[in-house]
Design a protein around this ligand. Sequence first.
Ligand SMILES: Cc1ncc(COP(=O)(O)O)c(C=O)c1O
Length: 382
Amino acid sequence: MKKRIWLSPPHMGRNELSFVQEAFDTNWIAPLGPNVDEFEKQLSILLNGYSVAAVNSGTAALHLALKLLKVSTGDEVICQTFTFAASANPVVYLGATPVFVDSDPETWNMDPVLLEKAIQHRLSLGKNIKAVIVVNLYGMPAKMEEIVTVAAKYAIPVIEDAAESLGSSINNIPCGTFGTLGVISFNGNKIITTSSGGVLISNNEEFILSAKHLATQAKDPGPYYQHSQIGYNYKMSNVLAGIGRGQLSVLNERVEARRDNFNRYFNYFSAWNTKGFNIEFQIEPSGYFSNRWLTCILIDPVKNKGISIDAIRSLFDQNEIEVRSLWKPMHLQPVFSDTPRFLNGVSDHLFDIGLCLPSGSSLTDEGFDRIFECFDMVFSKF
Ligand SMILES: Cc1ncc(COP(=O)(O)O)c(C=O)c1O
């Protein structure tokens, strides 16, 4: 049987095991220790000196970000609708309501013009908007400068969900540092991984100190266990931070490999586009740099002789190649059926016609041959 080609498998480097071994040798098998400290330090250097708290998932980091902004029952948080559920779920953990805002067709991320309309409308109803959560999907930076400007006009803090965009930037400013708080995920499918993990980022050190306090059950300083606040068990394990240190040393190579993947796909589909097809991509606006975490394509059946993404998905599945639909927008999720939303049709359309392609940094030439053979079969039928 053919070996399955996965969408975005973990890709270990050369140094992870030695840092994990160090944790074993020194018996730092705990949610704190030298690997955690060093991982935070190195990330901080990468993120323009911003303060960093390593936690056990990106979702935990988002939850802490909202908690630091004092989001609570009855509040509203404006959230990009085109995203993974983890961007929105922590809003509900705190008893607040997510208000979903649609995307701009260029970056596929939050539309700044629609954001302003949403803010004005919710404020006119007397709602208390505590934060805006904007996401850099598939590694592509959102229009962060415009979004931060709109939110600042109404004194609303921005949380940048950069879960998928470590290594991306706008005019050399790294993703994760645009908002009041930023979040990165190190889940197994991300550009680098700690198997599970995340970080919270801010240039406000007080926020990061508070996040570390909340993440360790909010234990007050002192010789016994005293708590003045409800806390969480969210810190990153020192063993997993060892994996993270190793992974950080190959981050640039991983970004390069993913961008090479994108270019190979782009060249391949461009050749089909000269033969009467119209396959589209997420485009980098000028000054934007995407880590190209996942390469995604749009195949509109109307512009592509009736080819459907369902047919492609099932053919690839039969050939042991994983492809996936783009994120199903939050406003279409049954669990969020009652939430307010500001839509323009962009994310609905992207969901209908979009596919994520295998994009791992370990994808081989043979892997690409198998993927292109399948696409050749699809296109040559029409
Ligand atoms: C956009 C987005 N936000 C948040 C998360 C949550 O991160 P984690 O899986 O580390 O909790 C993920 C990834 O899983 C994600 O893709």
